[in-house]
Design a protein around this ligand. Sequence first.
Ligand SMILES: Cc1cc2nc3c(=O)[nH]c(=O)nc-3n(C[C@H](O)[C@H](O)[C@H](O)COP(=O)(O)O)c2cc1C
Length: 204
Amino acid sequence: MKSVLVINSSLNGAAGNSNKAAKKYIKALNENKPANITELDLNDYGLPHLSAEEMQAWRTNASERSSSQEALANHSDHFIEQLFSSDEVVLAVPMYNFGIPSTLKAYFDRIARAGKTFEYTSKGPKGLVTGKKATILAARGGKYQGTPMDTQSDYIKNFLEFIGFEDINFIYIEGLAMGDTSASDAWKNFDANISELFTMVTDY
Ligand SMILES: Cc1cc2nc3c(=O)[nH]c(=O)nc-3n(C[C@H](O)[C@H](O)[C@H](O)COP(=O)(O)O)c2cc1C
């Protein structure tokens, strides 16, 4: 059975459109072929900005860490372990001020770790999180897919590729704040995309 890690980052919790998209994705996944699903809501962690002290704790051998270093390193160690034990990562991502939620940035800061999830070689950086699939459910109030203003998609793709992902798929739910018709069309489109995706996918 595949292990799927679903990461929610909406500040609206369960009421968020991106969370709603994640629920629909999980339902389709379970109807297709049940997977081992772990759901993570980044709001539950209250991750602070990454600090020099926290990075120093990462660099200190686990057996030599002080108790405060142990506590500091715990988030990153846990998230990286969880990442490596997943076959697919689903990121439910709202667009906030043209970027990703700061909770998701704080999470990315914990999983990008030299020697663990990437390394530098004479040929440049090499991602170590390989053989996994990433699905991004991108919920937006406006419509930006495919336009120069959608720097969010490139940022997420670049980051995931940097740590080793090669199979990265975006599914958009756009125009959610552009009136009822636009929102309902966005969900219809999303449902159709999900249903097509799970018809196409045979390896689940
Ligand atoms: C703080 C904040 C900033 C937002 N910025 C944008 C934006 O830059 N572009 C956009 O299309 N929608 C923007 N939205 C709308 C969200 O993308 C929209 O509400 C969507 O449903 C995803 O958010 P949710 O999962 O929290 O519901 C913003 C919403 C909030 C709360």
